[in-house]
Design a protein around this ligand. Structure first.
Ligand SMILES: Cc1cc2nc3c(=O)[nH]c(=O)nc-3n(C[C@H](O)[C@H](O)[C@H](O)COP(=O)(O)OP(=O)(O)OC[C@H]3O[C@@H](n4cnc5c(N)ncnc54)[C@H](O)[C@@H]3O)c2cc1C
Length: 486
């Protein structure tokens, strides 16, 4: 009987004092849309055990990535369990000309690994096989940095990776990969020995310096979502017994931010390769702080910081021990669900006027007690990272700057974006126009190719034409088949 009057339920929902009408309308609209999405899925992709469909309880979690700004509704999230399933879905999506994205760790700063079509999630490719005799580790494309750091670290080895344990090793490596071992061993992409990948025609190839040298060059720095589906990576690992970590911090009102930053910049000019350092200007919850961290690899103690910084009376946190344990100290984290990032390369020390812009921004944030958070993190580059010959472009940078705002509720978005974009515009005369491809920033428009890949762009386009001539693998900032007209 009730089946004939489904609207009665809706009506009772509308008049119930306990249910927000707006939410009910949204829910009904949502349900209708979900049904439509399901209907549009081609027959051969329906009812597969490794696909998350819109009616699956996991769908609403899995359709998001780390940055919750992007509310897309894919038709399905495909999580293949092996190469055969991967080849099958790639062929099916190709045959039906359906758009898709590739996802590894889901830590793209923009929706580069999301799609309203289909998401192919490599999470099931998660084996890690270290081989000490060869000094290498084979990792599945779905592995996260923390898994790799832990399993290789248990053997007192390390791969030069990034700082955040939940970032995907695939996305990070293919776009560059900067972290505490960058100056000693180079970028993560420099540690890639071989790449197992599926090309547009469903073939699995092993890409390395002898088999496909041009593609190998391109994949290490510009490989994200442009040439094929990476299934796994073979990475060099280095024996590391001991690491030393120091964190110096200053409250804003007790510090002289300009002096700290100036000293940090001049410290970089003759820093040993064993040391990598970051300086962070951070504003959160009404307070600004400066944090300076350094990690040194090897048996010698880390005391190089004392001469430049001790007289500035920082609060000091220190750790000395196994590398794998030190990782807990330098692991990056923040808790807000929404964020926007930008990058800039620093090719020579920032002049005083530029430093004033940084200091004024943080001072103003503190005075106005803004609700959103600001993180400006500048990381030392140079050392081995200046030497590699791959598609990763900004090799000559003295430092890499990650400018980021985070916020907690959608209402704060406008203010947060205004802070970031205003700051970025003001600081631009004092930094390079080169940017980091892994700090994906859609504000760059068509300029992203030059900003990320500089004079490598033309070569990357030629390699694209050779290996993916139909542009099967594409997203907003992939390598195109021809240069956009500017
Ligand atoms: C909290 C946080 C901390 C970070 N810390 C660091 C850091 O310390 N050092 C650093 O260098 N970077 C850092 N990054 C940036 C990070 O390197 C990039 O965002 C990276 O692209 C994330 O990789 P992912 O696999 O997690 O992302 P995803 O969102 O899964 O993918 C990112 C890109 O890779 C492509 N892709 C995914 N899977 C595949 C595949 N199987 N084959 C081919 N292409 C694929 C996608 O198309 C997408 O363009 C950080 C990012 C965040 C959000």
């Amino acid at each position: 009987m009730l089946a004939f009057f489904p609207f009665l339920f809706l009506l009772s929902d509308f008049i119930s004092p306990y249910v927000c009408t707006d939410n009910v309308l949204k829910q009904n609209y949502h349900n209708q849309n979900m049904c439509q999405l399901q209907d549009e899925i081609p027959l051969e992709l329906k009812n597969l055990p490794y696909v998350i469909y819109p009616n699956d309880p996991k769908y609403d979690t899995k359709r998001f990535i780390y940055n919750k700004c992007f509310n897309l509704f894919p038709h399905a999230i495909i999580v293949p369990r092996n190469v055969e399933e991967m080849a099958f879905v790639l062929k099916s999506l190709q045959t039906h000309q359906l758009p898709f994205s590739l996802r590894a760790g889901g830590h793209c700063y923009e929706p580069g690994s999301l799609s309203s079509g289909y998401v192919i999630d490599l999470a099931n490719f998660h084996t890690i096989v270290p081989d000490v005799s060869k000094g290498e580790v084979v990792v599945g494309a779905g592995c996260l940095l923390g898994d790799v750091i832990e399993s290789v670290g248990a053997l007192d080895y390390a791969v030069p990776t990034g700082d955040c344990p939940v970032v995907g090793v695939t996305g990070l490596s293919l776009g560059g990969g900067q972290g505490v071992l960058t100056r000693l061993y180079g970028m993560t992409c420099d540690a890639i020995k071989s790449i197992s990948m599926m090309t547009a025609d469903g073939q699995v190839i092993e890409v390395n310096a002898t088999s496909y040298p041009d593609l190998f060059w391109a994949m290490r720095g510009a490989g994200n979502g442009s040439y094929g589906v990476v299934l796994g990576l073979t990475l060099k690992m280095y024996p590391i017994a001991k690491a030393h970590y120091v964190e110096l911090s200053w409250d804003w009102d007790e510090a002289s931010p300009s002096a700290i930053f100036e000293r940090w910049q001049s410290w970089l000019s003759n820093l040993p390769h064993e040391i990598t350092t970051h300086i962070r200007f951070q504003y959160a919850n009404g307070k600004s702080v400066i944090k300076l961290t350094a990690v040194k690899i090897g048996s010698d103690a880390l005391n190089e910081w004392e001469k430049p910084f001790k007289s500035l009376e920082p609060k000091v946190t220190f750790f000395s021990g196994r590398y794998v344990e030190s990782a807990h100290y330098w692991a990056a984290s923040h808790s807000n669900p929404f964020s926007k990032s930008k990058s800039a390369m620093i090719m020579q020390p920032i002049q005083q006027k530029g430093i004033d812009i940084i200091v004024n921004c943080l001072t103003q944030m503190e005075q106005e007690k803004k609700a959103h958070q600001v993180h400006f993190t500048i990381a030392s580059m140079g050392g081995e990272s200046a030497k590699g010959d791959t598609a990763y472009y900004p090799r000559k940078a003295l430092a890499m700057w990650h400018q980021m705002v985070t916020w907690e509720t959608p209402e704060e978005e406008k203010g947060a974006l205004h802070t970031l974009r205003t700051f970025s515009r003001e600081i631009s005369p004092y930094v390079s126009t080169q940017c980091y491809a892994n700090i994906v920033d859609y504000d760059l428009g068509d300029g992203y190719l030059r900003a990320y890949f500089g004079t490598h762009v033309e070569k990357l386009i030629e390699i694209k034409k050779k290996y993916d001539p139909t542009n099967l693998f594409h997203w907003k900032q992939s390598i195109p088949l021809s240069h956009p007209v500017q």
